[in-house]
Design a protein around this ligand. Structure first.
Ligand code: BES
Ligand code: ZN
Length: 458
């Protein structure tokens, strides 16, 4: 029997235990954005170190940072073999609103072959496939066919603040030929894809202050500019009737979609009506001139993520509030720069804030957009691996989400990433009832094993 056949058979024979281990990992609420969970984030890093050591990664360790720990480890087979750097993130999004979960987010359950838990898909479940692929090699061939390095992050969902510095100061330890990441999606059930484009991000928080304290709206209403009204007007003014963003200079660096890309995208089997219905809206809203797929993956956006101010408790309170705030994220495409976009946004706001109101502006985090070269040995190996598992060639697609580290690997280490994801848009990542089909967990491990084999064969 060939070594890949034995590794695949081992995976199949051990699926139940693999899933049981994943469930242990999912039980730890590693919510990176909420300081109340920082012990649990560290506990998850330690769990991964123990697990990696158990698989034979003797040098595995959780390295402390100013934020959450970064887990690293490596298996060197032979310096002449290519080296694959595996990136994943073990932190998760907050689970709220909790009342919309049908089972508690950190008490994983399996229903009809689907595993429900926060992080099941994004990204603990997908990250864990790479650890289990390593186990398959170690327990059959004794070593993988490539050198493997792991870098598992605990801050991805909150902006990866510690990661660029860590990469810069660990260049040697992280040197590799390619990065592989499973933190994205299949194009559709049974239809594999390789992601070659990710959007970037500028995330800002703004607070408007009018009067220096909350006022009685009877005594003062009619003669004071209400900061909630000012904020609402500003936000409403951020798009025009064509749903284009009005921030001056926002589109200046946007690389237009090529005719080839637009043609390839329009040939994908994508049903925009069904897509809208699936999320419960009657119609989509896109920047004029762009299809739903183009607008949601390859054009820049601006979204208000949260807005607050004044009285939001039960009943009525007649208050003219002192403050109003909003969180706003902008998804960027090449060649927009996150810091420059923040500056343009601040300038746009400052030019429009009413005189009687003060603006506080804060950039929360940023990420560079990326496009990855599709012509490489690693892409060819991934494409072949996915074709073998799904009996059809993968599409090459751009996605609208962001994985900040991909640009860091490129700019700091010169490394391209292969984004081979097994999620589905319908897996409810970042939402209540996040889930991951166990069929895709098994397929992912198979594809990773096959990728190692093809990449090693060069
Ligand atoms: N796994 C997602 C990226 C993703 C989103 C892939 C949608 C496929 C479809 C990742 O964990 C994520 O959510 N990233 C954040 C990054 C942000 C905080 C800079 C995102 O895109 O919001
Ligand atoms: Zn993720």
């Amino acid at each position: 029997m060939s070594s890949i056949t034995r590794a695949l058979a081992y995976s199949q024979a051990n699926q139940n235990r693999f899933v049981a281990e994943l469930i242990d990992l999912l039980r730890i609420p590693s919510i990176s954005t909420d300081p109340a969970y920082s012990d649990q984030v560290t506990q998850t890093a330690d769990w991964l170190v123990d697990h990696l050591k158990g698989l034979g990664v003797e040098d595995a360790e959780a390295i402390r940072t100013k934020g959450h720990p970064i887990v690293v480890g490596s298996i060197t087979v032979d310096p002449v073999c290519p080296t694959v750097l595996v990136y994943g993130h073990y932190d998760v999004q907050p689970p709220d609103p909790l009342d919309l979960w049908t089972s508690p987010p950190f008490e994983p359950v399996i229903q009809e072959g689907v595993l429900y838990a926060r992080g099941a898909c994004d990204d603990k479940g997908q990250m864990f496939m790479h650890l289990k692929a390593l186990e398959c090699w170690m327990q059959t061939a004794g070593t993988p066919p490539v050198n493997l390095k792991f870098i598992l992050e605990g801050e991805e969902e909150s902006g990866s603040a510690s990661l660029p510095g860590f990469i810069e100061s660990h260049r040697e330890e992280l040197s590799a030929d390619v990065v592989v990441i499973s933190d994205s999606s299949l194009f559709a059930p049974g239809i594999p894809s390789i992601t070659y484009g990710l959007r970037g991000m500028t995330y800002v928080e703004i607070t408007l202050t009018g009067p220096d304290r909350d006022l009685h709206s009877g005594t003062y209403g009619g003669a004071i500019h209400n900061p909630i009204h000012a904020l609402a007007a500003l936000i409403a003014g951020m798009h025009d009737e064509g749903h284009r963003i009005t921030i001056d200079g926002f589109y200046d660096r946007v690389r237009p979609l090529s005719d080839d890309e637009r043609r390839a995208m329009s040939a994908l089997p994508f049903d925009a009506v069904a897509w809208a219905q699936e999320v419960g809206v009657r119609a989509s809203l896109t920047e004029s001139g762009y299809s739903v797929l183009e607008a949601s993956t390859s054009r820049p956006t601006l979204d208000c993520n949260g807005i607050w101010g004044g009285y939001i408790g039960d009943g009525a309170k007649t208050v003219l509030p002192s403050k109003a705030s909003a969180k706003i994220s902008m998804r960027l495409v090449p060649d927009q720069d996150p810091n420059e976009i923040a500056e343009l946004m601040e300038a746009w706001l400052r030019a429009r804030v009413p005189e009687s109101i003060q603006l506080e502006f804060r950039m929360v985090h940023g990420a560079q957009p990326v496009l990855i070269d599709r012509q490489s040995d690693a892409m060819a190996a991934a494409s072949r691996a996915l074709e073998e598992v799904y009996a059809r060639a993968p599409y090459f697609t751009r996605i609208g989400g962001s994985i900040p580290v991909v640009a860091d690997f490129k700019h700091l280490l010169g490394l391209d990433s292969v984004l081979m994801g097994f999620g589905l848009d319908s897996d409810a990542i970042h939402s209540p009832n996040e889930h991951f089909g166990l069929d895709r967990f098994a397929e992912g491990i198979d594809a990773i094993l096959r990728f190692h084999t093809h990449y090693a064969a060069g």
